[in-house]
Design a protein around this ligand. Structure first.
Ligand code: TRP
Length: 452
């Protein structure tokens, strides 16, 4: 159990805030032209993400076990099919795939701590920053070393149990990351092209989707699931450690609000630099690694602040990564009576192997394509845009249709007032229908039956 309500909020925000906000959000927004993507993203957070996060926490707290066993127990308590536990299995697969590439990107972050600290950012220009980045991702051995170190860090924490150290780290380091992001936004106002960046991010123009609206909306929705850690049981398992007397709705608003704020701040820190230096907003996953060094290289004390920023980003990634491994470890401990240590090492090793395929797809295996994507891109697409939304729909259907009204209003501690009714409307209709349409469109079913 979390010692306090604050501990739960810290841990869940630690899971939500990570590379998804600072690395993935800006470059995905940049790929789809900015404002319109950001608007769809925010709508997804509010209308789909918030109700599903409440549902996940609620199910977790009612089940009080790992996601697979929680789903089985709740299905049986409500007289529903045991097959609902498959939802838990899907989450474990998604967590594995996400962590395998997440760890590689966290490795880039580690590499950049040392590049910053050794003064390599000083007066670097866009070309230099681009070369620094391609130098790193072209070096498979270096990537492997960082990926290995990061996975060891994750396994060490998960093996010791979630609470404790994690709480303390999040309490200090998250606010520090937040402050540093605000400083970077300040730098962008002063030295970057801030007005263009604000217009780019907050003046939606749907022409930006350029005939790729389906893909853009899918990506915005996927980004919402990814950033809020939804759809695979991570928030569910954190909910299972939450005390009964804590308001799920309030906690959710705080977590989702913080997460969105951090993503928007990251956008406001990065795009002023992008525009001031004539970089392309759609340069892909390297975007922050090619822009932030320019800013740090230009500011007084930049080597120190740059290193500090990447250290804090590494911690944010660490607290997120832990929640990706936790559902599997909890299940191995509950069902196969593994010790936490053995379960974490086994899970970590599997992820480590998958991660090698991801990091090789950046260099030696760059020619290997499945559905036109290398492993890293494939795992990213498959999880964020397909598995997490699919998990989300199933969670919404279970919470809205399978769980009795009495159970959900009891667990959410909401009486039958407007707030509960709004939640029920969103979870029963809005979330499943919206996510369903976007997913069906993505796999081509709508076009096939002549609707898309
Ligand atoms: N939300 C985290 C981020 O934005 C990543 C993450 C952690 C995650 N746990 C998750 C994503 C569970 C999906 C599901 O960096």
């Amino acid at each position: 159990m979390w010692s306090t309500r604050l501990a739960f909020i810290l841990a869940a925000s630690g899971s939500a805030v990570g590379l998804g906000n600072i690395w993935r959000f800006p470059y995905t927004a940049g790929e789809y032209g900015g404002g319109a993507f950001v608007l769809v993203y925010i709508l997804c957070v509010v209308l789909i993400g918030v109700p599903i996060m409440m549902a996940e926490i609620m199910l977790g707290r009612r089940g009080r076990r790992s996601p697979i066993n929680t789903m089985r127990a709740l299905a049986s308590a409500e007289g529903r099919a045991p097959a609902w536990q498959l939802l838990g299995w899907m989450g474990i697969v998604a967590g594995f795939l996400i962590l395998s590439f997440y760890s590689v990107i966290a490795g880039w972050t580690m590499g950049y701590i040392f590049r910053a600290a050794s003064g390599l950012f000083t007066e670097i220009d866009a070309t230099g920053a681009g070369e620094m980045f391609s130098g790193l991702i072209g070096d498979a051995e270096r990537l492997l070393a960082w990926h290995t170190i990061f996975m060891v860090m994750v396994v060490l924490v998960v093996a010791r149990g979630v609470a404790g150290g994690l709480e303390k780290a999040v309490r200090i380091l998250m606010p520090a990351l937040f402050v540093l992001l605000v400083v970077m936004v300040g730098y962008g106002m002063q030295a970057g092209d801030f007005d263009t960046a604000v217009a780019y991010l907050f003046e939606p123009d749907f022409a930006e989707f350029q005939g790729k609206a389906g893909e853009a909306i899918l990506s915005a929705m996927g980004q919402a699931f990814f950033s809020l850690s939804l759809g695979m049981g991570a928030i569910m398992i954190y909910g299972s450690y939450l005390k009964r007397d804590s308001s799920i709705a309030q906690n959710t608003m705080i977590i989702a609000g913080l997460d969105t704020l951090v993503a928007l701040l990251a956008g406001l820190a990065i795009f002023p630099i992008v525009f001031a230096h004539g970089l392309a907003p759609d340069s892909g996953p390297g975007l922050i690694f090619q822009t932030l060094p320019i800013a740090f290289g230009d500011m007084p004390g930049g080597s120190f602040f740059g290193a500090l920023f990447f250290v804090l980003l590494l911690f944010a990634a660490w607290t997120s990564a832990i929640s990706l491994l936790e559902p599997l470890v909890a299940w191995l401990v509950e069902n196969l009576s593994f010790s936490r240590v053995r379960a974490s090492v086994l899970g970590g090793l599997t992820v480590w192997l998958l991660g090698i395929a991801c990091l090789l797809s950046l260099n030696a295996w760059s020619e290997v394509k499945i559905f036109g994507k290398g492993f890293l891109d494939l795992f990213d697409f498959l999880t964020a845009n397909i598995l997490l939304p699919l998990g989300g729909v199933l969670i919404a259907i279970f919470a809205g249709w399978m769980l009795s009204r009495a159970s959900s209003s009891d667990e959410l501690q909401m009486d039958d007032g407007p707030a509960y009714r709004l939640w029920r409307l969103l979870i029963r209709y809005v979330a499943p229908i919206a996510v369903g349409i976007v997913l069906l469109n993505a796999v081509g079913v709508l076009g096939w039956i002549g609707l898309g």
